[in-house]
Design a protein around this ligand. Structure first.
Ligand code: OAD
Length: 250
């Protein structure tokens, strides 16, 4: 493993257009639950959200129509966990790099809290830090994570307010997805951290990079992709592995 880390660290130091692509595992060591439990689940992953909760009821337009109060309460429960969370070593390591673009599926703000510039972070699945109107009027509100508001109507058009996250069956934010695609196309290195790579179209960025012969480095506690000659896979916790991978970058 130390040999792989050395090879990966050299590639990271030499990259001229490096891009990271992260998922829930990046924030796991900050106490934020992941979504899917892997076969070799660690204690952290045993609280994977989709093991205890039904995504169809909590992360879809249909679920919101059926029981909007339950959906809002669930997001507010997650917001209160995030309110007390701090960036871990992996967020801080990525956040300190300049010249990187960070594409993330995470709806938290821990990469930015770890030092990444807001304009360098592309949130493909939206943000839990704001609410938006469920209609078309475009009204948005910043959420107080410690004291989030309950179910309410949009003050502008009267439809329901909802979290500004992407639910199953909804399109990804066009600007973020387009820019992510362009950045991966230009990238000479894609560092993939803590994603099960199961949710598309976001996960499609990985095969897109592989097909373009871009170096891909995966950091995950568990195997997440089929082996490929363009992939270096490092098994371990992001907070342990990333500081080692960036040892030539400080
Ligand atoms: P998942 O929960 O599907 O996957 C998390 C991955 O992180 C797993 O492969 C774990 O093995 C790995 N992992 C756990 N702890 C880790 C650690 N400390 N260091 C490194 N890896 C670790 O999360 P995502 O792939 O992000 O979408 O899920 C994608 C989307 O599915 C989410 O954005 C969310 C969910 O439904 C929406 O809400 C739209």
């Amino acid at each position: 493993m130390s040999e792989l880390i050395e090879i990966a660290a050299q590639k990271i130091a030499a990259a001229s257009h490096p891009v990271s692509f992260s998922g829930a595992g990046l924030s796991a060591e900050s106490g934020i639950d992941t979504f899917r439990q892997s076969d070799n689940a660690t204690d952290t992953e045993k609280s994977a959200l989709w093991s205890s909760f039904d995504p169809a009821k909590l992360a879809s337009q249909e679920g919101f129509s059926a029981d909007p109060g339950m959906v809002i309460d669930w997001y507010n429960w997650r917001r209160k966990t995030l309110a007390d969370a701090v960036p871990n070593l992996a967020h801080e390591t990525l956040g300190r790099q300049r010249g990187w673009v960070h594409i993330t599926q995470n709806v938290d703000n821990l990469l930015e809290a770890g030092g990444a510039y807001e304009e360098d972070v592309l949130h493909l699945h939206g943000s839990i830090l704001t609410d938006r109107c469920n209609g078309e009027c475009g009204h948005k509100e910043v959420v107080d994570l410690h004291n989030p508001k309950g179910l309410r109507d949009c003050p502008q058009c009267g439809r329901r307010m909802r979290p500004s996250v992407v639910w199953f069956g909804e399109s990804l934010p066009t600007i973020a997805l387009n820019r992510a695609t362009v950045e991966v196309e230009k990238a000479d290195l894609l560092l993939v951290v803590g994603t099960s790579a199961q949710v598309y179209p976001a996960a499609g960025l990985i095969p897109f990079a592989i097909e373009s012969n871009t170096d891909v480095i995966i950091v995950n506690t568990d195997r997440s992709l089929k082996p490929d000659e363009n992939i270096i896979e490092i098994l371990g916790k992001a907070g342990d592995v990333l500081p080692q991978l960036f040892k030539y970058c400080f």
